[in-house]
Design a protein around this ligand. Sequence first.
Ligand code: ATP
Ligand code: MG
Length: 415
Amino acid sequence: MLQSKLFTKTKREAPKDEMSKNAELLTRGGFVYKEMAGVYSYLPLGYRVLTKINNIIREGMDAIGGQELFLSALQDKNLWEQTNRWSDDIVDIWFKTKLKNNSEAGLGFTHEEPLTRIMKDHISSYKDLPIFVYQIQTKFRNEIRARSGLIRGREFLMKDLYSFCKDKKEQEKFYEKAKNAYTKIFERLGLGDKTYITFASGGSFSKYSHEFQTEMPDGEDEIYLCSGCKKVAVNKDIWEGQKKCPECGNSSYTEKKSVEVGNIFNLGTKFSESIGLFYKDKNGEQRPVVMGSYGIGPGRVMGTIVETFCDEKGIIWPESVAPFSVHLLIIGDDKKTKENANNLYKELEKKGIEVLYDERDVSAGQKFADSDLIGIPNRVVVSEKTVKENKFEFKKRNEDKSVLLDRDELFKKLR
Ligand code: ATP
Ligand code: MG
């Protein structure tokens, strides 16, 4: 893509009303636009990143048998009354609205209820089970605080998968699969080293549910990272209750600030029993379907990646989610330099390497500053000097020094 065609502009100054690093950098880079507190629109650069995050999550869910669907945002009051989750006294984050006929509808903050009802049309026998379905869809929550940019939105994307199983055993087997899939997803997203499987309370038949918590200095959560097994953490409630690691029994830990990027839950038969989702087992007996739910917030993940990978100049995207792989900068406007840069651009495009080509008529200083802010992982500079030496100047965003490479060496690096 030609940068002169990109309609978004970068900003030098931090927005005055943003307190979080992620919102500041994403706004300055032209990735997102703040509509109001906790509500962001994704601009082309931001939408490219979001799409990559979604696709990594999607591949992980498809690999464990997930079928993708897309549920409605508007929710039926009658249905939510069946599970006692319509009342504002019980769920205090609902956005609700009135229809023309004066009846009420809600904007979905999660989707256990509607999906359980849909499944009543499709599940009747043990032969129909198990079923795993997921969506990547907008949720609405009237969160009290929305000061963390993409990390806590009032309108935000969620990947939510729901499992429908015959019994506890089948459910637990899938739960383990989902846990492994999540571990792989966060690795691919670049957060593997800082993300811990965290024991949390809740879950219907097991003692624990699990959160995936990413270490982050400005995070709202606190985890106790076990000094014994290192990959496992315990959330505050559990630690205060039992004072040792549920995985290895160790009792020493380090306390860390963190953000919950995902979670997995055994739901048991709570929803299936209240909404009436039953199946006939092998002996012809009616049984409630056993359920689980598994969430990841792609927008929160994007905010967490930015906070994790940045410096004073801007964002440093991991290759897997970067809006482009290469940022090509032309410095100078003589004929030879232009020819050389244009040819490289065409060759990169032809090879399917995603490249943003800064051929704008602005100063070198601005090009370098914008490049650091936007944070594309590989930067290539073509200038009079590089052309003279028949080389290209190459620098990784997370390294300090650039190197001069010939064409073959450059393509080796970019492969
Ligand atoms: P939190 O405790 O942080 O509010 P939660 O327990 O409410 O999270 P779930 O309802 O299970 O989270 O949602 C599943 C996932 O959706 C979370 O793990 C998180 O990644 C994401 N998520 C939840 N709330 C928000 C929000 N307000 N903005 C952005 N992402 C969110
Ligand atoms: Mg919440």
